[in-house]
Design a protein around this ligand. Sequence first.
Ligand SMILES: Nc1nc2c(ncn2[C@@H]2O[C@H](COP(=O)(O)OP(=O)(O)OP(=O)(O)O)[C@@H](O)[C@H]2O)c(=O)[nH]1
Ligand SMILES: [Mg+2]
Length: 395
Amino acid sequence: MQTKTYLAPTKLEALLKIREEHGADAVILSERTIQKGRLFSKKPMVEIVVGIKSAESEPKAEPRPAPKAEPKGIDEYDPTQTRLRKLEREMQEIRALVQTMHAYITSGATPEGADTETPPPVIATTLDEHPLLRPLMAAGVDEEVARELLRRVPRLPQNAAVDALRRTLMARIPIGGALPRESRHQQVAVLVGPTGVGKTTTIAKLAAIHALDYNRKVALLSLDTYRIGAIQQLRTYADLMNLPLHIATNADEVQEGLEQFAGYDLVLIDTIGRGQRDEAHLQEMREALQPVKGVVYLTLSATADSATLLDAAQRFSVFEPDALILTKLDEAARLGNCVNLALRSTHPFAYFTTGQRVPEDIAIADAQQLACAVLRAIMECPAPHNPLDRSPSRV
Ligand SMILES: Nc1nc2c(ncn2[C@@H]2O[C@H](COP(=O)(O)OP(=O)(O)OP(=O)(O)O)[C@@H](O)[C@H]2O)c(=O)[nH]1
Ligand SMILES: [Mg+2]
């Protein structure tokens, strides 16, 4: 196998170049972001090293290329992994609880009763002086939510308190619903959400990852019930990645599109997000999406305030979302609003997006990352890395 190195400003461009030159014969061996240029004009570039399967040694027997040596990033829907993650979360919860009990015992205070319905009054009154109450609220966490989080967090010492809060947060941020990277059955995913939150950009990121990284057959469908033709952006991405795009304005046309894409592994449906306050339009969109049997992602921006997020979650509940995509985490000044959403919404977070680059700026949602980012605003979070910084995507 020969190796070849590709350098491009974005991963998408690098992948397109590789695909153009070698099609399915290229296998990604490594990937990194490097800084190119002189001192003050350094720019991040994506460097991908591929191995090229030679025609003689490997005749074209395989209809699909083998998966990459080390698939990274967007999660696979492996039930064992899911179970393991659930167990891990449970272990974290238990660990947090044990730590809290330990801190109470060593500080001589009484631990909170097992009866969570009626917490002992002593805890409720001491929460007013909890050293983390005001900082949490300053980070945008609603007082009621902050109190709920701190009920099991010891007041002292400070480090133990922050650590216990991080664990509590992690246990309370529900995660799940990311698209499997392979599946025997066709998957359909639809993104709904308010105007300008990043639905189309997120669709482009997911399409690029699944088509170019995972070699899946991806098709795009845009639901434009307004008939305003606002599909140019998606068309550009579709053309760039050579993916088919179907435009639908009603349920029949959606059905047509789905039939047309019957042989595809993944159909991503974009919706035009006008009129979040226009109930009639939301209803019209809902009817148009009736033929869709797939996962519904409610896409929300981390830059919105808590009231707007909860209002959107309530309005878009007519679409019965399965999971949330939280966008623009890179732009959010405070993340307390996301904590409020996590504790009040019944849906798990599937993806976080952290920038405009396609497909780099998207990752599977991670409770630890969000918890640490929230706490970082309060004080240095004892985490191995600063995860929501604009770092190379995990994909
Ligand atoms: N900083 C930042 N910008 C983003 C992110 N995701 C999307 N954007 C930008 O947000 C703007 C709106 O994104 P779109 O993808 O057009 O949003 P939309 O939800 O499709 O908008 P409508 O179709 O009008 O409802 C664009 O400029 C995107 O580049 C993100 O994670 N971070
Ligand atoms: Mg859009």
